[in-house]
Write a protein that binds this ligand. Structure first.
Ligand code: ASP
Ligand code: MG
Length: 421
């Protein structure tokens, strides 16, 4: 008898009909003889609606109250799903994050799960019930409700799977799996069958929206194999797991893009030790996330520093940068919200030279200007103008032949190192 964790995202439980269909799937799994735990998101756009209500009332709502509000979304789904299972003649019980024993730290709206006390869930499974857990929410040791950041139900599912020692962690969503690019931009994007934690981390961090970044980190740290599948069909989906020799040897796994960040530039700051520490220390103190950073070559003892930050942190970022501009006697600062980041991810770039050159050449030929560049050992990201993001994604997908599987060419190590299969 296997223990199965199945997570259903917002679209998969978007209507009462969809909730009945999910109930049916859970019952099917139970009837195959498995013990079944479901983790669910809020229905459809419910979380977005709650957010806009909060922002209609206040530009900066207190984060504790934001969590009180946002956690209600998932509670609607768990109750309706339990009712749907009962209506189909089976036993189920719903639990909030707190009731399921999910404990987090106290950083409201982006809390991290610390431990899971699974006794209640285990008891309910013993009683042969289907257990339904609200995703995205937890309780601090002090008894405060927290949420885990957008997309956090994925992390709940992986954490529950790790905590219960589940055999499978299936993430059901509205797409067939993880793709080589966003299929809405590049119709020739191909579903990836298997991908390593390492590559999935980079894809999730740079805009692939299928899995929350934190869920992949959690899965890697606890060695939970994630199976991403569509709740609208029976396709095989994508497996995310530790890399090994049996895995497809793609040089490049995918192209991702992200339009959720803005670029901030501080002009003419003095070029002396401690200045960057001052700028980024101030941003950190105000809880502003910073992604790419570039410092220009200095001229006459002055330099410019640019960085990107999530647009949702921009109010705080502007405040911090205004203060630091003043304190350092810098000339001015500016904010550009119409930027995008396009990234190429692939474990093969560690050993195959020429990937960056091909990336920059293809983008140049397509008339895309590069504003900032950053790399990791398996990723290259460029900040470009937001209006060129679709061109950039399609250009790179084409240039690296991602529509078809690209494999390491053992026979021609000298060339760019890639060959179509
Ligand atoms: N409902 C939350 C959100 O929309 C959590 C989730 O769906 O994973 O971000
Ligand atoms: Mg999601």
């Amino acid at each position: 008898m296997a223990l199965v964790v199945q997570k259903y995202g917002g679209t998969s439980v978007g209507t009462t009909d969809r909730i009945m269909a999910v109930a049916h799937r859970l019952i099917e799994a139970k009837e195959r003889g498995d013990r079944v735990v479901a983790v669910v998101s809020a229905m459809g756009d419910f979380t977005d609606e709650l957010l806009s209500k909060a922002h209609a009332i206040s530009a900066e709502p207190p984060e504790r109250e934001m969590d009180m509000l946002l956690a209600t979304g998932e509670q609607v789904t768990i109750a309706l799903l339990a009712m749907a299972i009962h209506a189909q003649g089976h036993e189920a019980i719903s639990f909030t994050g707190a009731q399921a024993g999910i404990v987090s730290d106290s950083s409201h709206t982006k809390a991290r799960i610390q431990e899971i006390h699974a006794d209640r869930v285990n008891d309910a499974l013993e009683q042969d019930r289907i257990v339904i857990i609200a995703g995205f929410q937890a309780l601090t040791p002090e008894g405060e409700i927290t949420t885990l950041g957008r997309g956090g139900s994925d992390t709940t599912a992986v954490a529950v799977a790790a905590g219960l020692g589940a055999d499978v962690c299936e993430i059901y969503t509205d797409v067939d799996g993880v793709f080589t690019a966003d299929p809405r931009i590049e119709p020739r994007a191909r579903k990836i069958d298997t991908i390593s934690y390492e590559e999935m981390l980079e894809m999730a961090a740079t805009g692939a929206r299928v899995l929350q970044l934190r869920s992949v980190e959690f899965a890697r740290n606890h060695n939970v194999v994630i199976h991403v599948r569509s709740s609208f069909g029976q396709g095989p989906g994508t497996i995310v797991r530790e890399a090994d020799e049996t895995m497809e040897q793609a040089i490049i796994s995918g192209v991702t893009h992200d339009t959720s960040e803005a670029k901030v530039t501080v002009r003419d700051v003095p070029d002396r030790p401690g200045v960057a520490a001052e700028v980024f220390g101030r941003l950190a103190a105000d809880n502003v996330n910073v992604d790419m950073i570039i410092q220009n070559v200095s001229e006459q003892g002055m330099t410019d520093i640019s960085f990107t930050t999530p647009k949702e942190d921009l109010v705080r970022a502007k405040r911090a940068v205004a203060a630091v501009t003043e304190a350092l006697g810098a000339r001015s600062f500016s904010v550009d919200e119409s930027v995008a980041k396009v990234s190429l991810v692939g474990a093969g770039m560690k050993t195959h030279p020429g990937v960056a050159a091909l990336m920059f050449r293809s983008l140049a030929d397509a008339g895309v200007n590069l504003d900032m560049i950053s790399t990791s050992s398996i990723r290259i990201s460029c900040v470009i103008g937001a209006e060129q993001v679709e061109t950039a994604v399609r250009t790179l997908h084409e240039a690296f032949g991602l529509g078809e599987a690209f494999v390491i060419a053992e026979t021609s190590p000298s060339a760019p190192g890639c060959e179509k299969r």
